[in-house]
Ligand binder design. Structure first.
Ligand code: NAI
Ligand SMILES: O=C(O)C1=NCCCC1
Length: 353
């Protein structure tokens, strides 16, 4: 038992060990752990994750502080070097969302976070970890995991390695940029369409991604002048803006074909970016029912399942269905990723995850 000060992990340290295998495993563990024990295929891991709080930071909109506590029990980090011991993690993320930050004279990220990690046996605060990149990575990872189970698995177990897809990114901010790079890195992306309200941002992103993916994997990367243009031929759509108005509707999508949407953004109201006619036609999946109950009031469609339930029971959407992963972000993802980061940083040598 330590009686010293908590260890501080700064952004550079965290960045050094953030890799997709590490984050994806941790996020998948979290998505499964929060599934209720009475599910038909229960998992041995479990989590307690109360509804998070939102504090308005002033009277004008667009500035909020969220507190996100979680306990995740009896799960595995599952890294190649990990001896298979089970983990217990107690954590609380403090995160602000100040949507005007990128437009400040000295721009800052809209989302900034720290994760507090506690000793699960004594309750002592053991670490404070800068959590801004961690938040971006785990959110993108949740979209990757959701896409794997809600889109690819409907076409078979090998589809994520074999199937060519067209991807649309609507909103090329911090989230959109990492979604674009990660989807190209994980899947066979034939065409990547980028839309951003300020087109120069989409052009910058296209320029950077072309250096890597156009030559390596032949991905055709296009900058589009409207969300409709970006999405009309897309199999997968990742939408991550602060828009209070719908940016895409049913007419924006490929007709009568399987489409999967990762609906990531929109701040306080998570579902305003996507029009009700899509929700009414789609199967809607969430990361967590408890958050959905509090944060998706007025969602124009019923919720089909949590992503973790689908991982456990394999009840995938049908091939031609539209699926939506309504991503809210959850504390147990942050807890599991922060724990994995701390574990990776504790190893004498960095290992290739
Ligand atoms: N689901 C989750 O777990 C998480 C969700 N988010 C959400 O993702 C969204 C994006 O976050 P970041 O990329 O960090 O923000 P950002 O500020 O870096 O990027 C936002 C992008 O959206 C665009 N945008 C903003 N308002 C718009 C509007 N009215 N119409 C069209 N485009 C608009 C901007 O041009 C910008 O490129 C936010 O809504 C944020 O709350 C962020 C972190 C986690
Ligand atoms: O889960 C998170 O972290 C966030 N979710 C919604 C917007 C702010 C950050």
């Amino acid at each position: 038992m330590s009686s010293g000060l908590p260890t501080y992990y700064n952004a550079d340290a965290v960045r050094e060990v953030l890799t997709w295998p590490l984050v994806n495993k941790a996020v998948e563990s979290a998505l499964v752990a929060i599934v209720k024990e009475d599910h038909k295929m229960p998992s041995s891991s479990f989590a307690f994750q109360p509804k998070r709080t939102f504090t308005a930071c002033g009277k004008e909109p667009g500035k909020i502080l969220l507190t996100m506590p979680a306990y995740v029990g009896n799960y595995k980090l599952k890294s190649p070097r990990d001896p298979g011991e089970v983990e217990y993690t107690v954590a609380c993320k403090l995160v602000t969302s100040f949507s005007g930050n990128p437009r400040r004279d000295l721009p800052l990220p809209s989302i900034q976070a720290h994760v507090l990690l506690f000793d699960y046996q004594t309750g002592q605060l053991s670490a404070i970890m800068e959590g801004t990149d961690l938040t971006t990575w785990r959110t993108v990872s949740a979209s990757l995991v959701a896409t794997k189970y809600l889109y690819f698995r409907r076409f078979g177990a090998q589809a994520e390695q074999e199937r060519n897809i067209n991807v649309a990114i609507v909103g090329c901010g911090v989230q959109g940029q990492l979604h674009a790079a990660a989807f190209c890195a994980h899947f066979r992306v034939r065409q990547l369409n980028l839309y951003n309200r300020t087109q120069a941002k989409a052009q910058d992103l296209a320029y950077q991604l072309r250096q890597k993916f156009s030559t390596e994997s032949g991905t055709q990367i296009n900058v589009c002048s409207s969300p409709n243009e970006a999405c009309h031929d897309a199999d997968i759509i990742c939408i991550a803006t602060y828009s209070k108005e719908p940016l895409i509707n049913l007419a924006s999508l490929k007709a009568n074909q399987g489409v999967h949407i990762n609906a990531v953004g929109a701040g306080e109201n998570h579902f305003s970016e996507v029009a009700p006619d899509i929700y009414q036609r789609a199967k809607v999946y969430v990361d967590c029912y408890a958050n959905a109950e509090a944060e998706l009031v007025g969602l124009p469609a019923p919720i089909t399942a949590e992503v973790g339930e689908i991982i456990l029971d394999g009840n995938y959407p049908r091939e031609a269905e539209i699926s939506i992963f309504q991503s809210m972000g959850m504390a147990s993802e942050d807890a599991c990723v922060a724990q994995a980061v701390r574990y990776a940083l504790s190893l004498p040598q960095r290992f290739p995850y």
